[in-house]
Write a protein of this length. Structure first.
Length: 216
């Protein structure tokens, strides 16, 4: 299997040779981690090492997953769905001119479940890649001046920033209808990463260190 990274993405802010390696692993690393997850997820299971989709003589796609893998994946998906069923977000209610807390109830085409799985797995792979790189290279980077953040805290912060975007009035109106904000989706996904709560010393049962964590 081959994963190609296009030259267009190898530029600031995703990658820059002058930025700390924590930033590179946090941005480019998490994107590659997400793509690796996509290549072996439920859809990717129908493609072989050469990227060719496999079919039966009857015309049905053939998966290289075992029955145990399929069953574990379904359990994992149900866990993610259960986590999202308890999510709330506080947004500005333009009708009543006040801040209100709304429950997340809408997930068209299971986008949030897929995004959560990809980002959580991508985050873990990004961190593992960074730790392995530090161990093999034996290099020590200093912390960024002016920021009271450790190297791994900076890595997670860069991961979150990679997926953040500006939110507008329409986003808040949709959130009041049950749709999830991008910030909520990112926080929910990173909250499923145990290493995140460890490096930030998040309190137990807080949003970023929830009691319910899915096994990836």
């Amino acid at each position: 299997m081959e994963l190609a990274v296009r030259a267009g993405i190898l530029q600031f802010p995703i990658y820059d040779g002058k930025q700390p390696h924590t930033s590179s692993f946090g941005s480019l690393g998490v994107l590659i981690g997400c793509l690796l997850n996509l290549s072996v997820n439920r859809v990717g299971s129908f493609y072989d090492l050469n990227g060719q989709k496999r079919w039966t003589d009857a015309g049905s796609p053939v998966s290289w997953w075992s029955n145990v893998t399929i069953r574990n994946y379904e359990i994992n998906q149900k866990c993610i769905k259960d986590v999202h069923s308890n999510l709330t977000q506080t947004v500005f209610d333009y009708d009543k001119k006040q801040w209100k807390t709304f429950k997340v109830t809408s997930d068209p085409h299971d986008y949030l479940k897929r995004f959560s799985l990809q980002l959580t797995q991508g985050s873990k792979l990004s961190l593992l890649g960074y730790r392995d790189w530090v161990k093999k290279k034996g290099l020590r980077e200093g912390n960024i001046p002016g920021l009271n953040l450790s190297k791994e805290q900076m890595l997670f912060l860069t991961q979150a920033q990679t997926f953040c975007r500006a939110e507008h009035a329409d986003d808040f109106l949709n959130a009041a209808e049950g749709y999830m904000l991008q910030a909520t989706a990112v926080n929910s996904a990173l909250g499923q990463v145990g290493e995140f709560s460890e490096v930030f010393s998040c309190k137990k049962n807080s949003n970023m260190n929830p009691a319910q964590r899915c096994q990836f």
